[in-house]
Design a protein around this ligand. Structure first.
Ligand SMILES: CC(C)(COP(=O)(O)OP(=O)(O)OC[C@H]1O[C@@H](n2cnc3c(N)ncnc32)[C@H](O)[C@@H]1OP(=O)(O)O)[C@@H](O)C(=O)NCCC(=O)NCCS
Length: 227
């Protein structure tokens, strides 16, 4: 009975230490979770139960060991975090303040990714490379960017400040600041608050579905003219 009470006491003390640790060192991320998740009910819920926050805490520790070249240990922490949270962040990734991953499961962030301040990612986001190239091969994400569920941002590209990447988009070209990008491949639909409809790159990136739709539209117009 005494041993049981001691174990309960130790667990309780560990939870208190965890709450104090997170409240002191991660208050910006807790605030970000409160601000960005309408479902967040309170401080203790976020600190104890939010996997996105826990993944970031593990990452900060792993990144410290990565920087002092304890690569194996850094990777061990990162893999443990992946096992616990379902979120894989390479220890080399640089992540700013106020970062929040909502839901989290399936997020992958590559080694040379750089993420600015106040960024929000949803589940299933990949910040990845496009092949087996070396060097800086993952995206740079600006401040105040939101990346929707399932979106893939690939290669050494930049997503500018205050931009939105739509759910399930595949972005392989730079995105200017203050833009919204949707679709596969990503197309800018809004810039500086104005609705627009241009491809990120009409010359090099072809979207076969859009091409088919455009062809059909052309044929319908021609049929209408000839009637
Ligand atoms: C892209 C997004 C940010 C909306 O931006 P917005 O500026 O408000 O865009 P709108 O709703 O005005 O839509 C603009 C156009 O893009 C289209 N669109 C919006 N989101 C899209 C998406 N994810 N994929 C493809 N097209 C999309 C709209 O249908 C609309 O097309 P239209 O101009 O032909 O009618 C939002 O739709 C989105 O994908 N957010 C991610 C949210 C998310 O992942 N939530 C997960 C919660 S668990």
């Amino acid at each position: 009975m005494m041993i049981f009470l001691k174990i309960i006491g130790i667990l309780f003390a560990l939870i208190i230490v965890k709450i104090i640790f997170i409240a002191v060192f991660f208050h910006k991320e807790v605030q970000a979770a409160r601000a960005k998740d309408p479902a967040a009910k309170g401080f203790f819920e976020i600190i104890l139960l939010y996997q996105g926050l826990h993944a970031l805490i593990y990452h900060r520790i792993a990144h410290f060991f990565y920087k002092i070249h304890f690569n194996f240990f850094a990777r061990l922490i990162s893999q443990f975090s992946r096992f616990i949270t379902g979120i894989e962040i390479h220890p080399g990734a640089k992540i700013g303040e106020g970062f929040f991953i909502d839901h989290g499961m399936g997020v992958v962030i590559g080694e040379t990714a750089i993420i600015g301040n106040n960024v929000l990612l949803y589940q299933g986001v990949t910040l990845g490379g496009t092949g087996i190239e070396k060097g800086k091969r993952h995206p740079t994400i600006g401040n105040n960017v939101v990346i929707g569920a399932g979106a893939k941002v690939l290669g050494n590209i930049t997503v500018g400040d205050n931009s939105y990447v739509g759910a399930n988009a595949v972005v392989i070209k730079d995105v200017p600041a203050n833009s919204t990008v949707v679709g596969v491949p990503g197309r800018i639909t809004k810039q500086e608050g104005k609705k627009i409809d241009i491809s990120l790159d009409h010359i090099h990136v072809l979207d076969p579905i859009m091409q088919n739709i455009e062809e059909l539209e052309e044929r319908i117009k021609n049929m209408e003219k000839s009637n």
